[in-house]
Write a protein that binds this ligand. Structure first.
Ligand code: 2RA
Length: 335
């Protein structure tokens, strides 16, 4: 029989995309339960031509649930995911709560689907930069053995939630109207500005987002000591993350070899047209399931000749969150 599905955090930016993705991919569900805080309980949400009523999340919310998507923050995941597992549900958790827990697989199906077999009830959905990056990096790593990475990210408002997307719109409108605008959701003016990701700076001088990217890319690629440098920047874009990635292999790899491999890689769309000077952009990646990859070229910063540079853009709410989570759940559906 088809599973009963629940979404915890169903009214947030990712929760809404989970609904859209379940419908768009025809996920075979018997019943869909929308769970959120008391503040959102009672809200009506349209789904697949019908209307669902948001219910308040409680300890009894999972009694008849087979698959529970969590996207309501680490605190709620830590409290309610064990309750959902105890009730017999598979939990796909989009929060950072369990991503580094050795008993919880951290999964991007195109990169490390095999890791899912070790789950004990919870499978963690990675940080959006790690998910989008590893769709492009995994096939290259499997074929040519990556030795080192450097990433610079261009991260969209959606990574900071629906309120940040609204702040981008309002701040831009105010800027164009010549009105004064004080940011409330993000710590800096956002319109026509960009800034270092506002996660706290940690002991190593990197912010929390950068340390998550390092730890999670290593885990997904099963290379715990992989040297990774990263700079995470928040840019005034609505919902697609971009990243410039420099990749060192243990052997020389030509752009042609990489391009041929990526052409057929799952979840990748090659956008690498030098003639037309056409490469991955948020206007093409937004709303798109595939991660766009282009600017594939020798990294002239590495005299050894063993490095390539690429540019990757992916929808932060889809492959960066909701789509990846639904693809994880799809792996557990009866064949
Ligand atoms: C961000 N990856 O973009 C983080 C959380 N989604 O802010």
């Amino acid at each position: 029989a088809n599973p009963n599905v629940a979404i915890v955090g169903s009214t947030g930016a990712v929760g809404v995309e989970l609904l859209n993705t379940l419908a768009a991919r025809g996920f075979p569900l018997a019943n869909l339960k929308l769970l959120a805080s008391a503040r959102s309980a009672g809200k009506e949400v349209s789904f697949n031509g019908g209307t669902l009523i948001v219910e308040e999340l409680s300890e009894n919310s999972f009694d008849d649930v087979h698959v529970a998507f969590f996207s309501a923050g680490a605190t709620l995941s830590r409290k309610f995911a064990p309750i959902a597992v105890a009730a017999g549900a598979l939990v796909v958790d989009n929060s950072s709560a369990f991503r580094m827990d050795p008993d919880v697989p951290l999964v991007v199906p195109e990169a490390n689907a095999a890791a899912m077999s070790g789950h004990a009830g919870v499978v963690a959905n990675p940080n959006c930069v790690a998910a989008i990056a590893t769709v492009a990096l995994a096939p290259l790593h499997k074929a040519f053995n990556i030795q080192r990475l450097n990433l610079a990210t261009y991260q969209a408002a959606s990574g900071a939630g629906a309120a940040a997307m609204e702040e981008l719109r309002q701040g831009t409108q105010a800027y164009l109207n010549g009105d004064d605008f004080q940011p409330e959701v993000l710590p800096h003016p956002y319109a026509f500005n960009f800034f270092s990701h506002n996660a706290d700076i940690e002991d190593n001088g990197y912010n929390g987002e950068e340390n998550k990217v390092i730890a999670e890319v290593r885990r997904i690629m099963e290379r715990p000591a992989l040297p990774i440098g990263v700079t995470c920047i928040r840019v005034p874009i609505l919902r697609a993350h971009g990243m410039a990635i420099s990749i060192e292999f243990d052997q020389p790899v030509s752009p042609e070899q990489a391009r041929a491999l990526l052409q057929d890689a799952p979840g990748v769309k090659l956008v690498d047209d030098r003639e037309a000077n056409y490469f991955p952009m948020p206007v093409d990646a937004s709303g798109q399931e595939d991660v766009l990859v282009g600017r594939i070229r020798e990294d002239l910063g590495d005299p050894s000749g063993r490095s390539l540079s690429i540019f990757v853009v992916g929808d932060q709410l889809l492959k960066g969150a909701a789509l990846n989570a639904v693809q994880i759940a799809e792996q557990f559906l009866p064949a």
